[in-house]
Ligand binder design. Structure first.
Ligand code: ARG
Length: 463
């Protein structure tokens, strides 16, 4: 490189504010492992194709190895005036090995280089969030297993609706998260194509071997169009969309932890390790961790919006706007990683209160559907049965009783089909057990669902 960073065309140095404005190494510096890996694959291919001498290639690979070691030891001098991660590493290489360093960039541009780095980084980041999700799924499977006989109200409109098992509720969270996992796996698969060799936008005149670099970097194939390869970032939109959806799910789980640990519900206690005190109210044990998980959803959804708007209306191929992709992508992955880790710990260490949950089943007429179903089972049209049960609830409310405390006479006055076996239907556990359908809360179904989830996790561990 000449004195002027951009070579012979330029006579003036970049203005100081412009230099600071355009430098990105503080953000993209963390791409160094991918940048070095990509460069090594590129240079080996150049040597195989006799575009570079074996000696130059050897020097470059060794030099990059030394740079990698110095970054790992924290000794590498990052230099903002060298703009980005790519130029920092290339400049360090040239100063370490001289002329051969200047040959690394043969047949390549930072445009295909950065697209390659980001695909490598994001592919690995997807894998790592997938592992975080699996860890939380393990926690949920364990908790479900340990609480199979904890009965609780299921809610609609946040009103007590019908009885379920705590395990069933925990497994609902698991299903939501498992789909998030699937979306990340899909995104990682689709992004797994190599932009390398597309150079600035139109490929290169050198007889490179794109299939070889793609293979060396673990990509499934080279991307088919050079303009698309350097100009597209929908792979980031997909990954961050999956993260945004996951964050929304985490916020819903977090919200239930906040509710359930409130004194109003008191279904659970969060451990000291995942709660905080108040600086003024000595009695407080606040669920800050789930609250923060809930709050951080804004960051992740914000990252997605950031990327969408950054890309909107961009002409092909590369534009410098694309440099702005990194901060939101890194932040979205970091945030979701932390949220998953915190929720795993918070849920694993929480304790559930069987008695409080059972008490909550006693008021709210969660057995009203049972009364309606009892009649419907005996031939009364469900709409009529529903009306009769509603009338009985109304009477119970007026008399300050539960449905099982109403006398048989009240039932028979409401509908002549009633006999005293209706009282057997008014048992919460029996009500749950009658919901013996696939996906339902009956004990056997939930136990099978736990086993199925464990099987899924086991297969993944083996894979
Ligand atoms: N730092 C740049 C980015 O992240 C690298 C590519 C620069 N390419 C260019 N033509 N200026 O997008």
């Amino acid at each position: 490189m000449s004195d002027k960073a951009w070579g012979g065309r330029f006579e003036q140095e970049l203005d100081a504010i412009a230099a600071r404005f355009s430098a990105s190494v503080d953000v993209d510096g963390r791409l160094w492992p991918q940048d070095i890996e990509g460069s090594i694959a590129h240079v080996r291919m150049l040597a195989d194709r006799n575009i570079l001498s074996a000696d130059d290639a050897e020097q470059i690979v060794t030099g990059l190895g030394t740079i990698r070691a110095s970054i790992e030891r924290g000794e590498f001098q990052w230099d903002e005036s060298k703009e980005d991660v790519h130029m920092n590493i290339e400049a360090a290489l040239s100063s370490a090995i001289g002329d051969a360093g200047g040959r690394l960039h043969t047949g390549r541009s930072r445009n295909d280089q950065v697209a390659t780095d980001m695909r490598l980084w994001t592919r690995q980041a997807c894998d790592s969030v997938v592992a975080d999700i699996d860890a939380l799924l393990e926690v949920l499977a364990d908790k479900a297993d340990g609480h199979l006989d904890f009965l609780m109200p299921g809610y609609t409109h946040l009103q007590r609706a019908q009885p379920v098992r705590l395990a069933h509720h925990l497994l609902a969270w698991a299903e939501m998260l498992d789909r998030d996992r699937g979306r990340l796996v899909d995104a990682a698969k689709r992004m797994n194509e190599s932009p390398l060799g597309s150079a600035a936008l139109a490929g290169t005149t050198f007889p490179i071997d794109r299939a070889a670099t793609a293979e060396a970097l673990g990509f499934d194939r080279p991307m088919l169009n050079s303009l698309d390869a350097v100009g597209s970032r929908d792979f980031l939109l997909e990954a961050v969309s999956a993260l945004a959806i996951c964050s929304v799910h985490l916020s819903r789980i977090a919200e239930e932890l906040v509710l359930w640990s409130s004194q109003e519900f008191a279904f659970m206690q969060m451990s000291d390790a995942f709660t905080t005190g108040s600086s003024i109210m000595p009695q407080k044990k606040n669920p800050d961790m789930p609250e923060l998980v809930r709050g951080k959803t804004g960051r992740v959804v914000g990252s997605l919006v950031n990327l969408m708007v950054m890309l909107k209306g961009l002409p092909l191929a590369y534009n410098r706007d694309l440099q702005e992709d990194k901060a939101p992508v890194f932040d979205a992955f970091d945030t979701v990683h932390d949220c998953l880790a915190v929720l795993s710990g918070a849920i694993a260490s929480a304790t559930f209160d069987k008695g409080r949950m059972a008490d909550a089943l006693q008021s709210g007429f969660l057995d009203a559907t049972e009364v309606a179903d009892w009649l419907a089972l005996r031939g009364v049209p469900f709409r009529e049965a529903h009306h009769v049960a509603g009338k009985l609830v109304q009477q119970a409310v007026q008399q300050g009783k539960t449905l099982s405390q109403l006398p048989l006479e009240s039932y028979q006055a409401a509908h002549e089909a009633f006999d005293d076996t209706v009282f057997r239907a008014l048992n919460m556990e029996a009500a749950i057990e009658r919901r013996d359908v696939p996906g339902g809360p009956a004990r056997g179904r939930v136990a099978a669902a736990i086993a199925e989830l464990r099987g899924r996790l086991q297969t993944r561990r083996g894979a």
